[in-house]
Design a protein around this ligand. Structure first.
Ligand code: BGC
Length: 384
């Protein structure tokens, strides 16, 4: 603990933090957050201005765009106190608008796929926007990742953060009901990044919000994540068909490459040739978390990079985790640091409800009704 505190202070000092912030020399002073700062980031093709907010607390530095609530940069110290940006992103708003595979974005109204974009609710069938072959992916052609959110900064006790608001009108992308959404990004004095998703609807609908950060704990653009060690507290996962739609089966991970219960390097079984991996070009599946839905966030996954020593621990109240091993990164995108992203250069760990739940009555329900608030929380804890 003592070592950790010192590295945080060293990192803050190296970054040239104001002397007043470090004045007392205490860990507490170094960890107190600074008011979020806003700057212009660019202009969308329709002329809308996009801003970038920068915030910092407890050694973690976060940059968030008003477009898509995108985490454009997230820096944490390594075991020597050296900061690096550990999320994939772009420098330029035009790249986000034209070709982003959801880098860092908020995903809504429904994370992951809905088969053929169809579902039935209370006897009425709904057709959603179809944007992934014949299926609906991450909210459709213009999901929450492609809208400009209203952003409101806050400081509360020792926390700093942003409230992001977006209202999705009745019928948007085919979804019933007007959905009022509020997402809160908080940086705590320990440098944890907490996301709280809240929503209300005026008609019965479905909702499954998540965050699509691509992690590389060695630093974005530094190469493969295959040596990162991953632990997932899940004994089952949801196998998919060739369109990556769950078949409905909850399959055991024991004896398969999908077993991350004891932790292992991601690359260890990545080429095992399991038909589910061949189909998805790697890992791109929903793990059924053993804890199920919980009233409070519980620890469900740990990612560790042995080279930098950085760790990421994830806690959530949600029932599922989509682990995507960056299979579709193909060397055509150039990231923030000027290097191209190739297959497996970053990975996603998306806390969520199971994909295609509206078409599988035995999956936990994603239905939201008027008067029934939606509220879920995921916490990212960084270490080194
Ligand atoms: C999905 C992948 C998809 C990626 C977006 C992930 O959440 O599981 O199949 O390709 O998002 O680019």
């Amino acid at each position: 603990m003592e070592l950790n505190r010192r590295t945080v202070i060293a990192g803050a000092a190296a970054a040239g933090l104001a002397a007043t912030t470090l004045g007392t020399g205490s860990a507490q002073a170094a960890a107190s957050g600074r008011k979020p700062v806003r700057e212009p980031f660019g202009t969308l093709t329709d002329g809308t201005k996009v801003h970038r907010w920068s915030l910092e607390n407890g050694g973690t530095r976060l940059k968030v765009l008003s477009y898509g609530g995108i985490v454009q940069s997230l820096q944490t110290p390594d075991r020597h106190g050296r900061h690096a940006d550990i999320v994939a992103g772009f420098d330029d708003i035009a790249d986000y608008e034209a070709k982003s595979p959801y880098f860092g974005a908020l995903i809504g109204r429904y994370g992951n796929r809905i088969g053929k974009g169809r579902f039935t609710l209370d006897g009425t069938s709904h057709q959603l926007s179809v944007n992934d072959g014949v299926n609906h992916l991450h909210g459709g052609a213009k999901g929450f990742d492609k809208h400009v959110w209203d952003v409101e900064p806050f400081t509360e006790g020792s926390d700093v953060g942003l409230h992001l608001h977006y209202t999705s009108v009745d019928g948007e992308m085919g979804y019933p009901g007007t959905l009022r959404t509020k997402v809160t990004y908080t940086l705590t004095r320990h440098g944890d990044w907490r996301i709280t998703y809240e929503a209300t609807t005026d008609r019965a609908t479905i909702v499954n919000l998540t965050s699509h950060v691509y992690w590389n704990l060695a630093g974005e653009g530094s190469g493969t994540i295959e040596d990162h060690e991953l632990t997932i507290a899940a004994s089952r996962y949801t196998p998919t068909d060739s369109g990556l739609i769950p078949t409905g089966e909850l399959a055991g991970v024991a004896g398969t490459p999908f077993d991350f219960r004891r932790g292992k390097p991601i690359g260890r079984d990545l080429r095992a040739g399991h038909e589910q991996q061949v189909q998805a070009k790697g890992y791109d599946h929903n793990w059924v978390l053993d804890k199920g839905i919980t009233a409070r966030p519980e620890h469900i996954a740990t990612l560790r990079d042995p080279r930098s020593g950085r760790t990421l621990r994830i806690a959530t109240d949600q029932p599922g985790l989509q682990f995507y091993s960056g299979n579709f990164l193909d060397g055509t995108l150039t990231g923030t640091g000027g290097r191209t992203y190739r297959q497996g250069d970053a990975l996603c760990l998306e806390t969520q409800h199971f994909p295609d739940s509206p078409n599988h009555p035995h999956f936990p329900s994603t239905v939201l009704r008027p008067g029934q608030p939606y509220r879920t929380t995921t916490i990212h804890t960084f270490g080194a």
